[in-house]
Write a protein that binds this ligand. Sequence first.
Ligand code: SF4
Length: 244
Amino acid sequence: MSERGKVKGRVKLRTSSRPLRAYRVPVREIVQGLLDLYPGARCELVYRNPYELLVATVLSAQTTDAKVNAVTPELFRRYPDARALSEASPEDLYPILRTLGLYRIKAERLVALARELVERHGGEVPADVEALTALPGVGRKTANVVVANAFAIPAFAVDTHIRRVARRLGLTTSSKPETVEREITRIVPKRFWITLHHALIWHGRRMCHARSPKCHICPLRSVCRAWRSGEVRPARGTADPGTP
Ligand code: SF4
């Protein structure tokens, strides 16, 4: 059963309720609030196997999941596995990927990645962060996404939404991905890493936007470090009596 499948109804967290030392935030309430708010949070890239998830995640750099999902059906129809993709040239992929930003670079990366997958791993995607990050074009975030979602191995990938939302909430003191990952995985039990990762991303996409966070309707406001400190303000015209 996947990690997500184990989370039914209200989650009993054994995370320490002691405030995170740096910001004095109630970690348990924040994590529980996020999991309650987004019980169906999941990866929004469409994929059927580890190869497809790895390719889709590489393509998702600096673009939206929706744009990636629009091109991958044709990409996977033409190149259904790493071996088929390894025999393509980057130029072959241009017409399929051209609606994505940086599509030429991404095409080169995908072909190089597929060739290394075939050469080093017989065309299979390794279920291991270190082995994945040794592949060309695969960073730690991509590797964590793949092992967590394709193999249900606890891992905590940090993307731009997580860096912003976790820092605002006070779950981390840093916006450096490695530090965010280290601090969050230290205070949250392993079995919640995957669902918390998705819940933070969903909150960042749906409410805690970079420019105009919807603090006026955010259920996490009372425990949010950025709100309580006045670091964020609601969008104009949405202030309410709860504004500090
Ligand atoms: S209160 Fe505002 S800044 Fe804090 S988590 Fe909610 S939307 Fe984000």
